[in-house]
Design a protein around this ligand. Structure first.
Ligand code: UD1
Ligand code: CA
Length: 482
């Protein structure tokens, strides 16, 4: 069934969220790669509302700056004094005018609320021809929530806040989620008539229900199938709970789409990460931001990838990768750190204890052991020996190194940038390369070895080394005489 497109979704997010005990406004706390408010906006957007409105107040500069980046389709309305949920909605309607059509009201701190549930609410609202339909849930412990008061026929009479409730009303387990679908015209009229004669002296949006019912309009409720969806995040215990629930949903979606996740309990994947079928995610792995993983690739164990693109059938083990591109069938780790601007070609290798940054490593090229590659371009089919440093920093500026195709850089080299090693060139182990190496040349840039015969026997007489040397020399002499 196609649901009518809401005229607006109003997301209330002006409150302070004191229980977070945080410098960061509550709705900007992150889970699964997105701020709380962005999860709500994502679900709301699924209903294609004509307008998305967020009410801001506490720390509004920060919330507005965030929304300008993450949600440019959102209109923000400032509620400078947080005088209740009814006041928040009234402030919006005073700012934008009466909204004709279905108006959904939600909160910025309910990241588990799914698009499907919002859709069900709108369907129920439209199907029953209600003036207002409230999303409710039956919860094990309704303490703190507004209670849904029904008459003997089950019709919704009113919502009573905990602080205003009688003991019998407090015993009701059906709570108000704070999410509603309203008829916009009726809402605009009723919200002006909400008073402040209650325990908190605030304008309660919940009063709109009884006002509309007393006016003779239809008031309905939709009970959420899973109460977990309507639980808000008010402190960091609830934040971690919501993160776990969201992460489980994300992992389940990937597994159903053909991704193997070996240990869901230690795997964290942000909303928006793309993983192709037959990829395998090993334990203790986190995939963040705009990361994507190609078909058949294996990631982990113990790897953290942020904004990283992994090609088909690549293998990434015990690695931290940020802003990197890893080619198909390439191999990374164990124990590698790929920093932004790393591009590893098809079948390439970044091995153990290797750090790379702003480095393009061509097809089939290998940087297998104990090496730093910063600000470099390495062609295809080249090999960098163990323990090399691409010396990119002169203390003031960064410089670039180029290694051509099919080059062989010896072990323990320093390539002092800016410098070029030509196609097919070799460098000797232990070289400090400060001058360009022409194609096909062998560069030797190290001190010549000098052996001082008999030094240990003379200068370290009586040591075990001197004794070992004496025995070896004697054996040599004997062998020479035979
Ligand atoms: C509200 C409901 C309660 C419901 C509960 C669900 C009212 C009177 N009560 O209670 O029935 O069970 O939500 O969580 O509506 N906000 C503003 N401006 C304000 C006040 C609040 O933007 O002036 C925002 C807050 O940032 C928050 C949301 O509205 O996101 C709810 O506010 P909160 O104070 O938590 O409402 P409750 O008293 O918990
Ligand atoms: Ca609340």
């Amino acid at each position: 069934m196609s649901v009518p497109r809401p005229a607006a979704v109003i997301v209330l997010a002006a409150g302070e969220g004191t229980r977070m005990k945080s410098r960061t406004p509550k709705v900007l706390h992150e889970l699964c790669g997105r701020a709380l408010v962005d999860h709500m906006l994502g679900a709301a957007r699924g209903l294609r509302p004509e307008r998305l409105i967020v009410v801001v107040g506490h720390a509004r500069e920060r919330v507005e700056a965030h929304l300008a980046e993450s949600a440019p389709d959102v209109l923000t309305v400032v509620q400078s004094r947080q005088n209740g949920t009814g006041h928040a909605v009234r402030t919006v309607l005073e700012a934008v005018g009466t909204i004709n059509g279905t108006v959904l009201v939600t909160y910025g701190d309910t990241p588990l609320l799914r698009e499907e549930t919002l859709r069900e609410l709108v369907e129920r609202h439209a199907g029953d021809g209600n003036a207002v339909t409230v999303l409710t849930a039956v919860v094990p412990d309704p303490t703190g929530y507004g209670r849904i008061i029904r008459d003997s026929t089950g019709a919704v009479l009113e919502i009573v806040e905990e602080k205003d409730a009688t003991p019998e009303q407090r015993a009701v387990a059906e709570m108000n989620s704070g999410v509603y679908a309203f008829d916009g015209l009726l809402l605009a009229d009723a919200v002006k008539r909400v008073g402040v004669a209650n325990a908190q002296g605030e304008e309660y949006l919940t009063d709109v229900l009884s006002i509309l019912r007393e006016d003779g309009h239809r008031v309905g409720a939709h009970i959420a199938a899973d109460y977990v969806e309507v639980e808000g995040v008010n402190d960091r215990v609830q934040l971690s709970f919501a993160r776990r629930v969201l992460n489980d949903r994300i992992l389940r979606d990937h597994m159903r789409a053909g991704v193997t996740i070996v240990d869901p309990s230690s795997t964290w994947i942000d909303a928006g990460v793309v993983i192709e079928p037959d990829a395998v995610i090993h334990p203790d792995t986190q995939l963040h931001g705009a990361t994507s993983v190609g078909a058949g690739a294996a990631i982990g164990p113990a790897s953290t990838l942020t904004d990283t693109v992994v090609g088909e059938d690549a293998v990434v083990r015990n690695a931290v990768c940020e802003g990197a591109e890893i080619g198909a069938q390439a191999s990374v780790g164990p124990y590698a750190y790929l920093r932004p601007g790393t591009r590893l070609g098809r079948k390439g290798k970044i091995g153990t204890y290797v750090e790379t940054k702003n480095a393009s490593i061509g097809e089939g090229s290998k940087v297998p052991h104990l090496t730093y590659v910063g600000d470099a371009t390495i062609g295809s089919g080249s090999n960098i020996g163990a323990a090399c440093v691409f010396v990119n920093y002169d203390g003031v500026e960064k410089h670039h190194t180029v290694v051509g195709d099919h080059a062989r850089v010896g072990s323990d080299n320093m390539l002092v940038a800016p410098v070029r090693v030509g196609d097919g060139a070799y460098t000797a182990a232990g070289s400090v390369i400060t001058n360009d190496v022409p194609p096909g040349a062998m560069a030797v840039a190290r001190g010549r070895q000098r052996n001082i015969e008999g030094w240990v026997t003379r200068r370290r007489a009586g040591t075990s080394s001197a004794e070992a040397a004496r025995l070896a020399l004697a054996a040599q002499e004997e062998a020479g005489q035979e």
